[in-house]
Design a protein around this ligand. Structure first.
Ligand code: ATP
Ligand code: MG
Length: 446
């Protein structure tokens, strides 16, 4: 993409309504535009990152054998009366009437609808286990929408649902989700710590929230610092292997890590003092096992191997896809702008032409652009006719992890400059070498 043709409405001034850094940078980098309180348009740059995050989620769910589907945003109130949540959700639910006076609502989550799909189509244990998920817009009429996409009213969520015959099977599904989430967040360049949480309006027993540590987080958290040494890395996990998934769960949840809702001071005091940490965190996901709460209320049953008809055991699992953009920026930025982790960056690298219009510089930039594109990567080429300072400022603000700078002086010596956004370190090298480095960074064969 050429920057001269790209819709990138960068703001010079810091917008006054933005009180935290991620919101400020998302507005300044032209990623989002508020349309009304807590409701945003996603401009091209923001939309690209949103799609990258979605893709990671899809890939990791597919790896575990979970099936993608899509349910409607507008749902009938009747289903929600069956579970009792039409009233329980209160003012957070956006209620709508159609022209026939039917009561409808904009989905805040989808346990009821998926349970209805299940009960209409599944009646035997032979069709279990079953896990399906969607990535769909949700609406919650939050009392205080704020911090940009972090607490919106309309937001994109991955919501997944498992149906199992027994509690043991459903707990395996729970563990399997934990594994997929750990890997997903790490691919986004985040450390998201599973913490024991409160099940709130969902009801049920087991639940963990995934928290990204950040001073601007809305949750107060308490944890054993040993937990921050854990990484999931590139382990191969057999998702059918119950013991293996349980071992990962054990490894990542056995140390003390809780949100304020479940915090137990006496237990916390058993953590050695030098490892005790209190901090703030951003909730980027949550997994639940809630047993037969919905299946009993809504008649989602199967015939078991013994011929008896029993309610299925269920869980649901959410990732805050749109909130993640804010969380990633909170965790990865400096005073010049965003620093995207390679896994979610909107463009793989920037190419800055220091002298647009100079035949040699133009040709060298075009050649770099073509070679990088041929690798299956997307460069953003700043071909605008303006000073270098402004170009660097834009690149720094929008946070592409790598920048190749091309100018007549360097080209005389046969070199361009490769700069890491994260460290600020620059290295001169021939253009072909820069392409090779970019290829290596993104695991492409040059
Ligand atoms: P919170 O406690 O932050 O209000 P929640 O626990 O009510 O969130 P869940 O029902 O667990 O939310 O939804 C799954 C995920 O969706 C959350 O972990 C969070 O990342 C995201 N999410 C929830 N509410 C919002 C919102 N208003 N704006 C953006 N993302 C949200
Ligand atoms: Mg939650």
């Amino acid at each position: 993409m050429r920057l001269s043709r790209y819709f990138l409405p960068v703001l010079k001034e810091t917008p006054s309504e933005a009180s935290i850094v991620s919101h400020r940078y998302m507005l300044r980098a032209g990623m989002i535009k508020q349309s009304s309180a807590g409701i945003y348009s996603w401009l091209p740059l923001g939309y690209k990152v949103l799609k990258k995050i979605e893709n990671i989620v899809h890939e990791e769910q597919a790896r575990a054998g979970h099936m993608a589907m899509l349910m409607p945003t507008i749902q009938s109130a009747d289903l929600w009366r069956e579970s009792g949540r039409y009233d329980a959700f209160g003012d957070e639910m956006l209620r709508i009437k159609d022209r026939h006076d039917h009561e409808m609502l904009f989905t805040p989550t989808a346990e009821e609808l998926i349970t209805d799909i299940f009960r209409s189509n599944v009646s035997s244990y032979k069709d279990l286990p079953l896990t399906m998920y969607q990535i769909q817009w949700k609406f919650r009429d939050e009392r205080r929408p704020r911090f940009g996409v972090m607490r919106g009213r309309e937001f994109l969520m991955k919501d997944g649902y498992n149906f199992d015959l027994t509690k043991e099977d459903a707990l395996h599904a729970y563990n399997r989700h934990l594994v997929t989430y750990l890997r997903s967040y790490e691919r986004m360049g985040l450390q998201a710590i599973p913490m024991r949480a409160d099940s709130g309006a969902m009801g049920g027993d087991d639940t963990h929230e995934f928290l990204v540590l950040a001073d601007t987080g809305e949750s107060e958290v308490f944890y054993d610092s040993e937990i921050t040494d854990l990484t999931f890395g590139d382990r191969a996990v057999d998702f059918d292997d119950v013991a293996q998934c349980a071992a990962v769960m054990e490894e990542f949840t056995s140390r003390y890590a809780r949100t304020d809702e479940t915090h137990d001071e006496a237990l916390f005091m058993q953590v050695p003092e030098d490892r005790r940490r209190t901090a703030r965190g951003i909730e980027v996901g949550q997994i639940f096992y809630f047993g037969t709460k919905y299946s009993e209320a809504m008649g989602a049953t199967v015939q078991g191997p013994d011929g008896k008809v029993v309610p299925v055991h269920m869980g649901s699992h959410g990732i805050g896809v749109s909130r993640l953009l804010g969380a990633i920026i909170e965790a990865s930025h400096d005073d010049k702008g965003i620093i995207w982790p390679e896994g979610v960056t909107p463009f793989h690298c920037g190419i800055v032409n220091l002298k647009t219009g100079d035949a040699e510089a133009d040709a060298a930039c075009q050649a770099l652009y073509d070679s990088i594109t041929a690798l299956g990567l997307e460069p953003l080429y700043d071909d605008r006719k303006m000073g270098a300072g402004g170009k660097f400022a834009t690149m720094d603000l929008i946070g592409l992890p790598w920048r190749i700078t091309v100018g007549p002086r360097g080209l005389k010596n046969g070199v361009v400059e490769l700069t890491s956004r994260r460290t600020g370190e620059s290295e001169e090298m021939p253009p072909e070498q820069a392409v090779l480095r970019i290829a290596q960074i993104y695991g492409k064969a040059a």
